[in-house]
Design a binder for this molecule. Structure first.
Ligand SMILES: Cc1cc2nc3c(=O)[nH]c(=O)nc-3n(C[C@H](O)[C@H](O)[C@H](O)COP(=O)(O)OP(=O)(O)OC[C@H]3O[C@@H](n4cnc5c(N)ncnc54)[C@H](O)[C@@H]3O)c2cc1C
Ligand code: SF4
Length: 512
């Protein structure tokens, strides 16, 4: 087989990575996508001596491609350079990765197990109890947490997150030091640009190398455009390979799957790939029931001169308001993203950004209740639709109010909500409550990074796309292993759940 060693001088974590360059190949399993879902599937199948091919649309990226300059990072790591947008009554940016390791290269490494109430809902409302249980998932989380060194953020690198921790402890709130998949975090606060220290154990530095070392092959720059089905079974996939030389022609790769095809292209690309391949389910649910956790910002200015917003784990602490459907998380953002989160224009905006070191910026992650949809269009960009409903807007507001309450508790003189129609800053909780506008989706400046539900799992084929064994109801040997299959959103960060669910699928495929 014709392969080239890659990457030549990559970080030590990747001793034997190989990138295949064939135009026809076959294996037991063909996996589409190398993010949290695809990398976990590859690691756990290849680790059990199964032949595995991984097809990844994006390129290998490493520390040389990361940059403090957010534009350069977005160009190198993010899908469409970070310009994807969810359209509805307002427009929300949506961020995803397009590189080996997918979004895990620049996520904040927050690891949450799937909450029990979520698994209970899936079993009760979607009939997935024959295969999914909290106990089975927890057994998988035990393995993944050990392999990815998942542990609470060390106090020495909590940095800017101490503000929320102090507030939560003083106010008796449900606060947590965030657990993360990292080894040797130096608190560089640059997770969203890619870890400059190679500390974050993203998939390119963990499960993909493990899979390759167990014999898996990866094709990079390999965009799968079609899943071919014969007599009701998925048999091969067609990928368009990026030209080997600049200006060269794309080649077509046919990757044959002896046992099955696993789609792990994310909750946005998976439904589009099914639609493009003419594999809309009889239930017409592919691309429907899209759910997300919109993230909204709330900002304070810290009176403490010793405080440094640019030191500490990017996200190190959070307070959970589970029954009210939101969490408030600390976050450190580069100035370019700060400018989006920050309210104001002109001098006011510049003063705020230049004062960056003193800012306290927190994100409200809302477990929105609205459903959107994702649709491939042949000659147009995909139709990505989502509009938060009236209940969601109240959840966003509630999150901002609780964030502000903690900021004031910590001595911030003013809070900037960034909500359209509100004063630039408010100086007390009373002023905040008085200034509440009549909320519409356009009042909030939200970003979506947690995405779910577009090929959802269920026992009833008339209401779902895959069965509780992750196999499409309407196509044999075709499995969906990313968060497209999650019947609902979860109210917690999804990466660990995605890996745990992906392993649950491979456990079943291996007959465990
Ligand atoms: C900025 C940011 C911060 C985040 N922080 C956290 C966090 O701290 N904790 C957490 O739990 N979650 C976090 N998330 C979410 C988390 O990273 C994602 O939920 C998770 O990575 C999704 O896994 P996935 O495998 O479904 O998709 P991805 O990780 O996005 O990977 C999908 C891969 O499939 C590839 N692909 C797509 N289509 C094709 C195709 N047709 N052919 C071949 N390849 C294809 C893509 O290029 C991509 O590499 C964050 C996300 C973002 C964007
Ligand atoms: S906080 Fe900094 S050192 Fe720690 S994992 Fe993120 S980027 Fe790496």
């Amino acid at each position: 087989m014709n392969t080239t060693a890659y990457p030549k001088d990559h970080a030590n974590h990747v001793p034997a990575a190989k990138v295949a360059q064939n135009t026809s190949d076959d294996a037991d399993w063909v996996i589409i996508g190398s993010g949290a879902a695809g990398a976990a599937a590859a690691r756990f199948l290849a680790g059990e001596k199964q032949q595995v091919i991984v097809l990844e649309e994006g390129p290998w990226r490493d520390r040389r491609d990361f940059s403090a300059n957010m534009w350069r990072t977005m160009k190198n790591l993010y899908r469409d350079a970070g310009t994807q947008v969810l359209w509805g009554e307002s427009a929300f940016p949506m961020l995803q990765g397009c590189c080996v390791g997918g979004s895990t290269l620049f996520n904040s490494a927050i690891c949450w197990r799937t909450p029990e109430d979520v698994v209970d809902d899936w079993i009760r409302d979607h009939g997935v109890g024959s295969t999914i249980s909290k106990q089975k998932l927890d057994a998988n989380f035990d393995v993944i947490e050990r392999e990815l060194n998942i542990k609470p953020t060390d106090d020495s690198v909590l940095g800017h997150s101490w503000v929320m921790r102090r507030a939560a402890e003083a106010m008796g709130l449900d606060g947590y030091v965030i657990r993360r998949n990292e080894r040797g975090c130096k608190g560089a606060a640059m997770c969203v640009q890619g870890c400059p220290n190679g500390a974050k154990l993203s998939m390119d530095l963990s499960y993909i190398p493990m899979a390759l070392n167990s014999g898996a092959r990866i094709y990079t720059g390999a965009r799968v455009d079609r899943i071919a089905v014969h007599e009701g079974k998925a048999v091969y996939v067609e990928a368009s390979l990026a030209p080997a030389e600049p200006g060269g022609r794309r080649r077509i790769l046919k990757a044959h799957a002896r046992k099955g095809v696993l789609i792990a292209a994310s909750a946005i690309q998976t439904p589009q790939l099914l639609q493009k391949s003419g594999l809309q389910s009889p239930s017409r649910k592919v691309g429907e029931h899209f759910q997300c956790h919109p993230g909204i910002g709330v900002v304070g200015v810290n009176p403490d001169d010793n405080y440094d917003y640019y030191f500490g784990a990017t996200q190190g602490y959070e307070v959970d308001y589970r029954s009210r459907r939101f969490k408030v998380e600390t976050i450190s953002l580069p100035p370019e993203l700060l400018a989006i989160r920050f309210a104001g224009i002109g001098q006011k905006l510049m003063r705020g950004i230049l004062d960056g070191k003193r800012l306290v910026i927190w994100g409200v992650q809302a477990r929105a209740t609205a459903h959107g949809s994702i649709h491939h269009r042949a000659l147009l960009p995909p139709k990505l639709s989502f509009t938060p409903n009236a209940r969601d807007l109240e959840i966003f507001w509630d999150g901002v109010v609780e964030g502000a309450r903690m900021l004031f508790q910590q001595g911030c003189k003013s809070v900037i909500t960034g909500i359209y129609g509100m004063p630039f800053e408010v100086h007390s909780m009373e002023e905040l409550e008085r200034a509440k506008p009549r909320l519409t989706p356009g009042h909030f400046n939200a970003i979506a990074t947690h995405l779910f539900g577009t090929a959802r799992m269920g026992a009833d084929p008339s209401n779902s796309v895959v069965n509780p064994r992750f196999e499409c109801h309407h196509v044999k040997n075709l499995y969906v292993v990313d968060s497209s299959v999650f019947p609902t959103n979860m109210g917690v960060n999804p990466m660990l759940s995605i890996m745990g669910m992906s392993k649950l699928c491979t456990d079943m495929l291996l007959g465990a």
